[in-house]
Design a protein. Structure first.
Length: 209
């Protein structure tokens, strides 16, 4: 039962962490609008691989020191609330811009660029750490025989969640290619930022009560 919980939490977190419209989403969107949805999806997978890596790293780190920090769980949840609030503000203040992609850049290079952009963004790691702390994912890891099994299952869930997001995003982009504007993308980011702000409030409330 705990195994299923860890996996589905991974899928959920992989989906929502991929959603805010940053540089990688814009690359995916450009390829979907001016190329085809499958190319956009492949580019998103580059980011999903790195998301899975960062998610596993955050899970391993928190699980390894869980017993040491258990006495400070209240402070950790407050810190998680701060991280999630920072993430929400960053997403809210971003201004995604859509332009026609350089036709000379192939899908493989764009996929690698998406992976490198995600790898260079520490906010992904901090976002996972904050969300894991909020729902107590590391406590679920106690049901596993080894830390490796726990991290691997969570990482697979994150990758699948990210892949689901990129498939959804690329498909919708093609359907709405005639109506998508920078202003619409900005409003979507405000929605995503509000979701992360809600998680921050939940973390703070759980720390206080």
């Amino acid at each position: 039962m705990q195994e299923a919980s860890v996996f589905f939490w991974g899928v959920f977190f992989g989906y929502i962490v991929s959603a805010p419209l940053g540089p990688v989403n814009i690359i995916c969107l450009q390829r979907s609008l001016y190329g085809n949805a499958f190319h956009g999806f492949l580019i998103g997978l580059g980011a999903a691989f790195v998301d899975a890596f960062y998610g596993a790293l955050a899970a391993y780190g928190l699980a390894a020191v869980h017993s040491a920090i258990e006495a400070y769980l209240v402070y950790l949840k407050i810190f998680a609330a701060i991280l999630l609030t920072t993430f929400a503000i960053k997403v809210w203040r971003s201004h995604p811009h859509l332009s026609r992609p350089n036709g000379s850049v192939g899908v493989k290079r764009s996929m690698l660029a998406a992976a490198m952009l995600t790898l260079s963004n520490p906010g992904v790691f901090l976002g996972f750490a904050g969300l894991f702390t909020l729902v107590g994912v590391t406590e679920m890891g106690r049901a596993f025989n080894t830390l490796w099994q726990f991290g691997a299952l969570l990482s697979v869930g994150i990758f699948i969640g990210g892949a689901l997001w990129w498939a959804t995003f690329a498909g919708i982009a093609v359907k709405l290619r005639d109506v998508i504007t920078d202003r619409m993308l900005e409003k979507l980011n405000h929605v995503f930022a509000s979701v992360f702000a809600l998680f921050a409030c939940i973390a703070l409330i759980s720390a206080i009560f």
